[in-house]
Design a protein around this ligand. Structure first.
Ligand SMILES: Cc1cc2nc3c(=O)[nH]c(=O)nc-3n(C[C@H](O)[C@H](O)[C@H](O)COP(=O)(O)OP(=O)(O)OC[C@H]3O[C@@H](n4cnc5c(N)ncnc54)[C@H](O)[C@@H]3O)c2cc1C
Length: 500
C-alpha cells in the first residue's frame, strides 16, 4: 500500500484526498493521510450557521467564498459524485442588480455589461456612471487596432494597461477595477492579464475589439438559452452557484466521502525531508512524524515555501515571489423593517478612486434565497485588499463599526437599525496576487517539481484562485504522483463533462 501525505485541508487538499479515495475504490493500492493546521477543514471555505436571536430560523453566514462560477465544471462534478448536487443553490436573479459607487452616488451597473464591456447600446448611452468623453473613449475600442503579438512569447501586460489601452482610464477606474480587481482582491496595475484573464488577450486577437467580442458572446449565450431553456423543475442556470447550507456544505461532504478518519486537524507539518529508504518524512508540530511514499503540499504558497526550501531553493524563491494580500469579511444581520433602503440588489461595488474603506458589499439574503429567516436581512462587507492592508490592524469591533458607517453612508442604512449579530472573518495573506511574471514563476515551480519524484504542489496560488480551479489543482497533483507509479485512473481518460 502506498501512502500519500497531503498537507493542507482546504478545497485543493480535499480535492486531492477525494481523488486518492476514488483511486483506492478502483482497486489501486493507495491511501492518504491529510494534515491540517487549523482545528477545522475547508481552509478559506467557512460557513457558520447562526440561530436567529428570536428563534425565527437560522442564518447561513459564509466567511470566505460564497459561491463558484457556474460555467466551470469541477465543483458540479464533485457535487454530483459526492451526492450533494441537489443542494446547489442558484442566485435569485429576479432581484439581480449591482450598484456601483461613483462620486458618492450609487449608479446601477448598466444592463448588458459583460466583465467590463458594455454590450447593449441604450443602457450604456443613458447611464450616469460614465462621462460622455469616457463613453466615447470606450467606444473607440471598435477602432483601435489589435496589439501586435510576438510569436512564441507570452505577450503579457497588466490588467490596467490592457483596459486603458483598449477602453480608456474611466472604464478602468469606474468598472474594471471594482469588478475584476475587486473579485481577485488585487491591484490591476500589477495583475498579469495572461495569468488571470488569458481569454481577453485571445478575444482581442480574434475579434480585433473587446466590444465586438463580448457582443458576439452575449448573442451566443442568448441563442443557447433559447435553444436549451430551463426545463420545468430544473434549477435555473445563473452566473454564480452556491449551496443551500453555504459553501462549506461542499467541503464537509468532500471530507466525508474521502474519509475523515484519515484527516488530522490542529496539527501542522513543520518540515519535510526525503527519507533514506525513499519516500518522505513529515515532522509534525506535536513532535511526532509521519512517513509516506509521496507528498502533496496543498497550502498557501507562503506556507509551502519553508517546507520546500531545503529540497529546492529555486522553487522556494519562486514561491516567495508570489505576493499575497489580507482581507476580511464582516457579516451583519438586521430586522428587515429597520434597514430603510431598497434590498432588491445583489450588492454594491466601491471603486478604489472613491477612497472608501468598504471595497464591496453583498446583500447576502437577497442574492441567495434562505440565507436569513423571513423578515431578517444579512449583509456582508468586504475590506482590505492590496491598497488597504492597514485596516486589518483594527480590532473586530472597530471593523464592525467601520462597516456599519459605510453601510449608512453608501447603502443608506437607517442609522437606528440595530444589528442582530455580527461576524468578522479575517483572511491573513489569504489572496495570492497573480502579478506580472506569475506564469513564469508557476512554470518554474511545476517544471522543477516534475524532477522531484513523489512531490506535487496544489492550491489557489498557482493556476486560478477560483474554487473549481483549486479542486482541479488538487486532482492534478494526485495524477502526477499516480502517473509516476504507472497508475492511470478511469476518470482521467474521460473528458470533463459539462454539467450546465
Ligand atoms: C474572502 C475571500 C473570498 C473569496 N471568494 C471567492 C468566491 O466567492 N469564489 C471563489 O471561487 N473563490 C473565492 N475566493 C478564493 C478561494 O476561496 C481560494 O482560492 C480557495 O479557497 C483556496 O483553497 P486552497 O485549498 O488552495 O487553500 P486554503 O483554503 O488556503 O487551504 C490551505 C490550508 O493549508 C493549511 N496549512 C498551511 N500550512 C500548513 C502546514 N504547514 N501544515 C498543515 N496545514 C497547513 C491552512 O491552514 C489551510 O487550511 C475567496 C477568497 C477569500 C480570501
Amino acid at each position: 500500500m502506498k501512502r500519500i501525505i497531503i498537507i493542507g485541508g482546504g478545497i485543493a487538499g480535499l480535492g486531492a484526498a477525494y481523488k486518492v479515495t476514488r483511486a483506492a475504490s478502483e482497486g489501486h493500492e493507495v491511501e492518504f493521510t491529510l494534515i491540517e493546521r487549523d482545528h477545522r477543514l475547508g481552509g478559506k471555505i467557512q460557513t457558520e450557521i447562526v440561530p436567529d436571536p428570536e428563534e425565527k430560523g437560522n442564518f447561513v453566514v459564509d466567511g470566505g467564498p460564497d459561491c463558484f462560477l457556474t460555467e466551470k465544471p469541477a465543483c458540479h462534478r464533485i457535487a454530483k459524485l459526492s451526492g450533494v448536487f441537489d443542494a446547489e443553490l442558484p442566485t435569485d436573479d429576479s432581484r439581480r442588480k449591482t450598484w456601483i459607487l461613483s462620486k458618492g452616488k450609487l449608479h446601477q451597473m448598466p444592463d448588458g455589461v459583460m466583465m467590463f464591456a458594455p454590450t447593449k447600446f441604450v443602457p450604456f448611452a443613458t447611464t450616469g456612471l460614465f462621462s460622455w468623453p469616457g463613453k466615447i473613449r470606450m467606444g473607440m475600442d471598435l477602432l483601435i487596432p489589435r496589439k501586435k503579438i510576438v510569436p512564441g512569447e507570452l505577450n503579457d501586460e497588466t490588467l490596467e494597461n490592457f483596459v486603458v489601452r483598449r477602453m480608456g482610464r474611466e472604464c478602468l477606474d469606474r468598472l474594471a477595477e471594482p469588478l475584476v480587481g475587486g473579485v481577485h482582491a488585487s491591484d490591476p496595475a500589477k495583475m498579469s492579464l495572461a495569468a488571470t484573464f488569458p481569454r481577453l488577450l485571445e478575444m482581442e486577437q480574434t475579434y480585433g475589439s473587446l466590444l465586438k467580442a463580448f457582443i458576439a458572446i452575449r448573442r451566443k449565450v442568448e441563442e443557447m438559452r433559447r435553444k436549451y431553456p430551463t426545463k420545468p423543475g430544473e434549477k435555473p442556470r445563473t452566473f454564480f452557484t452556491s449551496f443551500v447550507g453555504g459553501m462549506q456544505h461542499l467541503t464537509d461532504r468532500m471530507a466525508e466521502v474521502a474519509g475523515r478518519e484519515r484527516m488530522h486537524t490542529g496539527l501542522s507539518v513543520s518540515s519535510l525531508k526525503s527519507a533514506s529508504r525513499g519516500g518522505w518524512r513529515a515532522a509534525l508540530s506535536n513532535g511526532s512524524s509521519i512517513d509516506g511514499d509521496a507528498v502533496i503540499i496543498a497550502t498557501e504558497s507562503w506556507a509551502a515555501e519553508p517546507l520546500i526550501r531545503p529540497l529546492d531553493p529555486d522553487i522556494a524563491d519562486a514561491l516567495a515571489n508570489i505576493p499575497c494580500s489580507s482581507s476580511a469579511t464582516i457579516s451583519i444581520a438586521f430586522n428587515e423593517k429597520e434597514v430603510g433602503f431598497d434590498l432588491n440588489a445583489f450588492g454594491v461595488l466601491c471603486p478604489l478612486i472613491e477612497d472608501r474603506a468598504l471595497m464591496a458589499a453583498t446583500y447576502s439574503s437577497t442574492k441567495w434565497p434562505g440565507r436569513a429567516p423571513a423578515g431578517r436581512v444579512l449583509l456582508r462587507g468586504f475590506v482590505g485588499g492590496p491598497h488597504n492592508q492597514e485596516i486589518l490592524k483594527r480590532s473586530d469591533e472597530e471593523l464592525v463599526q467601520i462597516v456599519l458607517g459605510e453601510f449608512r453612508d453608501i447603502l443608506g442604512l437607517n442609522p437606528f437599525a440595530a444589528p442582530l449579530f455580527t461576524r468578522v472573518f479575517r483572511w491573513h495573506l489569504g489572496m495570492p496576487q497573480y502579478t506580472l511574471g506569475h506564469l513564469g514563476r508557476v512554470e518554474l515551480i511545476e517544471n522543477r517539481s516534475t524532477n522531484i519524484p513523489g512531490l506535487a504542489l496544489a492550491g489557489g496560488s498557482y493556476r486560478g484562485v477560483g474554487l473549481p480551479n483549486c479542486i482541479e489543482s488538487g486532482e492534478r497533483a494526485v495524477s502526477k504522483i499516480l502517473g509516476e507509479w504507472s497508475i492511470q485512473l478511469a476518470e482521467d481518460k474521460i473528458e470533463e463533462k459539462r454539467y450546465y
